[in-house]
Design a protein around this ligand. Structure first.
Ligand code: NAP
Length: 536
């Protein structure tokens, strides 16, 4: 592996920040345009979220035959996924394979955190500064920094005083952690907690889970991929990918009904049961009105609550685990033996919804007057989603305006792709694009393809500066908000809204108008000569 280093050129055509699935594909496409590119990556390998999130049980919850690149038919035909929902090591191996196959390594500089990115109008260049003080310049800067990449560590009183090790699921040690013989406390019951809790429970002597909000967890039904299933999907990839692209979330789910209320209770429950047995996120596609009809939503919610009551032996624990908020309002979780884990004698659940965690003490977690003893602490407390990774970099555009300041009341970006006052800068799957509400890899590919086309257009037209018009951006942000207001998804506390991070403005960040509608809009903008962008 030969990677970019201090001796590589400092002045290039494009700087890409991040070597996850977005940064890798962006590099590949920029090479195709003949642009000299340097990718700066904080981690020591490619893969982004699939490099950092190495916690026990980490695996994708989208069917991986579809959570994969489609830009290269050779790649999708050659690569063999072994499980329906591959684990982090397998996805990371896939990322490395892609880097090998397309010879990406020489242009990626690892262990390099970007601290600042400054626009200079006179030279029409970005200067990007790393934590090591290195400066690189380029006319274009592309932020492939990810939507869920800035870990959120709540400001628990006394956290520093804890005597044992503290692990964040999003920053797990590469060599793994052995919890054998230990008392472990896990804080957080989102997707990362849901996946890691059953695994930690198998190892630890005692596990105490601190739950602030119960989540809906659908069984994954993970299994090895059968050879004939793989070959059938591979043979039909173009058609299956097209079907996924035409669906609201860009995912391949078995189709469902228009309204849960239009069918009898018996039929509805048959549908729910079949999706519960099928496993995974496809449960969301049972009926189209879960986010527009409270009555429809309640039917799915109660079905799942009853499942929990049927699985968990202790009725009090079952009631604590039964979610109170709308189904799908928070991101749906997919798990393996999640509810079953609470039947183990070494696992206990502490509800902190009404009495919050007071402090972390040297030997445990205090809630009210009780200290729950722990030797190790696991923070499964999620991310400063969508804006965190960008705001943690000091990005300055025209007239030295700071992105952090401009976004103080919430993110504003045109199509979630570019930001007014930040010329020649693009963001991949930024706020205001469907991103986290969709299958991420197709969404990444769509953005990368769009940006590549825009850069090719500029090259062909002899243009060197592009920036969204303020009015077009405001119209798009207003549209994103209007669409969000139509959905009940924006009504409960969730990271989509920023409510998991103290002090973060409450703004529904992703575009909830659906993947096909969004793609049409982006294509129309490009076909009309990039309406809403000004060029020079
Ligand atoms: P998350 O969904 O935001 O969950 C964080 C958990 O920590 C929540 O239960 C939250 O409670 C709790 N928490 C935060 N601050 C707390 C505090 N001060 N006191 C007590 N509890 C606190 O984060 P995540 O589990 O890392 O997942 C984030 C997203 O990443 C997922 O929704 C998904 O999109 C993605 N992800 C995907 C996979 C996969 O593909 N399999 C796996 C992991 C993550 P509240 O709910 O009350 O805020």
């Amino acid at each position: 592996m030969n990677t970019a280093n201090d001796n590589s050129p400092r002045d290039v055509d494009v700087i890409v920040v991040g070597a996850g699935f977005a940064g890798m594909y962006m590099l590949h496409r920029l090479r195709g345009l003949g642009l000299r590119t340097r990718v700066l990556e904080a981690g020591s390998s490619v893969g982004g979220t699939w490099y950092w999130n190495r916690y026990p049980g980490a695996r994708v919850d989208t069917e991986t035959m579809f959570y994969s690149y489609q830009f290269s038919d050779e790649l999708q035909q050659d690569w063999d996924w072994t499980e329906r929902y591959p684990s982090q090591p397998e996805i990371h191996a896939y990322a490395r394979h892609v880097a090998d196959r397309f010879d990406l390594w020489p242009d990626i500089q690892f262990d390099t955190s970007v601290m600042r990115s400054l626009w200079d109008e006179e030279s029409r260049r970005w200067t990007v500064e790393t934590a090591a003080g290195e400066q690189l310049t380029a006319p274009y800067c592309i932020m492939a920094t990810g939507c869920l990449s800035a870990p959120n560590t709540p400001d628990f009183k006394g956290l520093d005083s804890f005597d044992g090790p503290i692990f964040h699921t999003a920053h797990w040690p590469e060599k793994g952690v052995d919890f054998a013989g230990q008392r472990v406390a896990v804080i957080g019951t989102g997707s990362s907690g849901v996946q890691s809790i059953p695994m930690i429970a198998q190892q630890a002597d005692q596990l105490t889970v601190f739950q602030r909000t119960a989540n809906y967890v659908i069984p994954a039904r993970n299994r090895p991929m059968a050879a004939d299933e793989v070959s059938e999907i591979k043979a039909n990839y173009p058609e299956l990918r097209a079907r996924a692209a035409a669906s609201f979330s860009g995912n391949y789910f078995p189709g469902g009904g228009a309204s849960a209320m239009a069918v009898s209770e018996e039929e509805r429950n048959r549908e729910y049961e079949s999706r519960w047995q099928y496993g995974g996120l496809a449960f969301m596609a049972a009926y189209a009105d879960f986010m527009t009809s409270e009555a429809a939503n309640e039917t799915a919610s109660e079905f799942i609550r009853n499942k929990i009551r049927g699985i968990v032996d202790d009725p009090e624990t079952a009631e604590l685990l039964a979610p109170k908020q709308l189904f799908m309002c928070k991101r749906l979780c997919v798990g393996t033996d999640y509810y079953e884990t609470y039947n183990r004698e070494n696992v206990s659940l502490v509800d902190v919804s009404e009495t919050p965690i007071e402090e972390i003490t040297p030997d445990g977690v205090r809630v009210g007057d009780t200290v729950y003893a722990a030797d190790s602490l696991v923070l499964a407390t999620g991310f400063d989603a969508m804006t965190g990774a960008l705001k943690r970099i000091d990005i300055r555009g025209v007239d030295d305006v700071a992105l952090r300041d401009l976004w103080e009341d919430g993110p504003r970006a045109y199509l979630g792709l570019a930001i007014s006052k930040f010329p020649n800068m693009f963001i991949i799957t930024g706020p205001g694009s469907p991103s986290v509400l969709t299958n991420m890899i197709p969404s990444i590919e769509q953005h990368v393809n769009w940006i590549t086309d825009c850069l090719a257009h500029m090259r062909d037209e002899g243009l060197s500066r592009v920036e969204p018009e303020a009015d077009a951006q405001e119209d798009w942000v207003a549209h994103v908000n209007d669409v969000a207001d139509l959905s009940m998804r924006a009504t409960c506390s969730s990271w989509y809204l920023g409510s998991n991070v103290e002090g973060k403005p409450r703004v529904f960040m992703p575009y909830i108008g659906g993947f096909p509608t969004y793609v049409k809009k982006c294509d129309a903008v490009a076909e009309a000569g990039y309406t809403g962008f000004s060029f020079a």
